[in-house]
Design a protein around this ligand. Structure first.
Ligand code: ATP
Length: 322
């Protein structure tokens, strides 16, 4: 559905000179600074996947999305989305993709929300009956009629994001690119947007690539995560395997039926962090020992009544990856 083959993007910016006639000299200068924003990225995303694209500030996420959607030309490499190359067959490609940039609206700032949809429907050649049906459906899911006649510039950030999401879906694309759609939203608004995105993916089968700095977005929505750092893909897999790759310890809290006895020499994969009465808390690295092995070992300390496991916090994992 989405294919990136060895994508590379270099930005060349003229070196700004100082001193007299600096403007003129900069204009004629042939000196540039080069910024390799994306350095040879390849991946394939299948229909129906919900992929998180994460990385620190300036890693190259937005540049990748702009290349995938045809806004920026790659310096080298190729993109195919829904069977079309957005740089060579732009019209056909954009019919099947929707984009939302959380930091910037694609709606007309001074016009009432509803007018933006009229313009977009014309731009995408959406039939009047289809437009009405889709708007009704989107309005129900995103509560659009609440601000239907309000100029876009007067919308709250949460309303604006809902309006932008609906705009990206008006022509019913199969593929959605979302660049930080939850940025700056309060907890409630984030929850609503996430619920909507989940529905889009699970009920309507949309393929979604999402960039975010919010790890709850990743945890709650994405079945696959790609990590980009300094323009290169450094991880591509499930959130679970990202956890395992990083190897942060899992916390296990065990309640024994009665008194328990620690062995003289502790298994090096297990670290006791707390003990009180019949309860012991340990940290264990599940790459080194399977859960079954850990519990078997704990079973030799006493008779286990109950246990709870807490996976490492996603924020901590990301901190380690970056
Ligand atoms: N038009 C441009 N001209 C020159 N350099 C650019 C341009 N656009 C982006 N860059 C540079 O390319 C690098 C990658 O930027 P990009 O916006 O893709 O990062 P990002 O991962 O989306 O970051 P953030 O999380 O902060 O949004 C940065 O160093 C940025 O300064």
């Amino acid at each position: 559905m989405i294919e990136a083959n060895n994508l590379y993007k270099v930005f060349k910016t003229p070196v700004v000179r100082e001193g007299r006639f600096s403007g003129l000299r900069t204009l004629f200068a042939r000196e540039y600074t080069r910024k390799e924003a994306v350095r040879g990225i390849s991946f394939q995303i299948e229909q129906g996947e919900f992929v998180g694209y994460i990385g620190p500030n300036g890693a190259g996420k937005s540049t990748t999305i702009k290349m995938l959607t045809g806004i920026l030309h790659p310096t080298t490499g190729e993109v195919v989305v829904g069977g079309y190359n957005p740089h060579q067959e732009r019209r056909k490609a954009v019919r099947n993709l929707g984009v939302v940039f959380g930091q910037r609206s694609q709606l007309w700032w001074d016009l009432p929300v509803k007018d933006s949809y009229d313009i977009l429907a014309k731009m995408y050649n959406v039939q009047e009956s289809d437009k009405r049906r889709r708007i009704d459906q989107l309005a129900e899911l995103l509560d659009l009629y609440e601000f239907w006649t309000t100029p876009v510039r007067k919308l709250s950030l949460g309303q604006r994001m809902r309006a932008d999401l609906a705009a990206a879906l008006l022509h019913d694309p199969d593929v959605l690119f979302l660049d930080e759609p939850t940025i700056g939203l309060d907890v409630n608004a984030k929850r609503n947007i996430r619920r909507f995105l989940k529905q889009l993916n699970e009920d309507f089968g949309k393929t979604i690539l999402l960039t975010t700095h919010d790890m709850d977005d990743i945890e709650q929505l994405c079945n696959r995560v790609m990590v980009i750092n300094h323009g290169e893909l450094t991880f591509d897999g499930t959130a679970r395997s990202l956890r395992e790759t990083i190897g942060l310890p899992t916390e296990i809290r065990v309640t024994f039926r009665g008194p328990f006895q620690l062995p003289d020499t502790l298994d090096p994969a297990i670290r006791v962090t707390n003990r009180e009465d019949e309860i012991v808390t340990i940290e264990a690295n599940r790459q080194e020992r399977s859960t079954v092995d850990i519990l078997r070992e704990l079973g030799t300390w006493g008779e286990i009544d109950d246990f709870e496991m807490k996976e490492p916090d996603f924020e901590e994992i990301i901190h380690k990856v970056y």
